[in-house]
Design a protein around this ligand. Sequence first.
Ligand code: ADP
Ligand code: MG
Length: 432
Amino acid sequence: QVVNYAPFTLLPSAVPSALFEQAYAVQQDFNLLMDAISQNQEFLEHTLASTIKVDDFTARLFRIHMQVLEEGLAQSVFLGINRSDYMFDCGVDGTPALKQIEINTIAASFGGLTSRTAAVHGRVLKVLGKSEEASRLLPNNPSKELALGIAKAWELYGSQSAVVMFLVEEVQRNIFDQRCVENELWNRNIRVIRKRFRDVFEKGSLDDAKRLYMDGQEVAVVYYREGYVPKNYDQQNWEARLLLERSRAVKCPDIATQLAGTKKVQQELSQPGTLERLLPGRAEAVARIRATFAGLYSLDLGEEGDKIAATAIADPDRFVLKPQREGGGNNLYGEELRQVLKKIRDSPERTSYILMDKIKPQPAMNYLLRAHSPLQVSECISELGIFGVYVRQGKEMVMNKAAGHLLRTKAIEHADGGVAAGVAVLDTPYLV
Ligand code: ADP
Ligand code: MG
């Protein structure tokens, strides 16, 4: 009903090409890792044990995961679409290093809109008389690559008449991003329907073979663009989620893969030996993954947790305090971090958080263009995301790719938040 342009930078931002290539080179490893975690019930249970005692949202997801496993998985084709996000940490000698912020395993967005930003920035550079620079901007089309993954999963599901269902928000603020992916599917003669949890609750059903039907239409793939924050769920929506997870349809992601994307799992991955156990015989992949890790610390009750909590209270600017939440605006920094951590330092509540070293990128100047906002030059930092897509049938990986990139840029005064949170804007990397 109301259309605004998506926010973007006036100019592309400089990104060190070596770090850009490093981020692409590790993406298939991260795909393998997320997929391995999703199949490792023991690891998920052990890693999330303390978290689910205090975090009701993670606990509910975990219960659905357990219930589906106990019933026996009806799903045999698996589709992962993720986005691994990085910042360029500026070391003491000024050399930037690629450090992962997090990996998003559900509803990783902006693959659609960002497929258009290189053209926007190319045009701006030409207007400025910089056509040579414009010609150096890399082509980037995640929407097509993500759609190819969805199409592959649809094909392996094996029913010509079945549809792909985008599970969308109640209030749709990012529909055009999703439409870019959707259009690619229609171009391949795959039908797409858009439904909310509420529609699934009212009209969804399973047959004897746990095939999922919506309004009598068989659904081959459920692509979640919703369902990652507590406010997405009321009792009916939880029931709808359970119905979807029990079904044979390919869920992108299945609930185990959603759990693999939690901050607690990210922290556990940084523990010595964990990556080696999850990816046996893949020493090179393990090394590539580990090279992107910043310091991550558990706040589980015990000596180690006490020690790091005390360090963070004494020196909060070194850290970010993160709860098990997605979508931006949930993390704590600086004085607020100190206050909250002081309050919960001796309570089990602290185990619902992790601590992470704060990444400190070198700022650069740019203009951030946002509808209805005044234009001003800002000191900015950027976050690079690489999309990953993979498809597994039974035990066999049939697709594993890096699927394009996203650069988001924000003014330095905002510690937290992405594009959807109204803080960051779309950008294009200019490799240097
Ligand atoms: P969410 O799941 O809410 O997106 P993130 O871990 O991505 O959580 O954090 C949100 C934002 O906070 C990031 O986009 C980034 O700008 C900032 N941020 C997160 N972790 C760090 C960190 N370790 N150092 C600096 N900034 C961070
Ligand atoms: Mg994030």
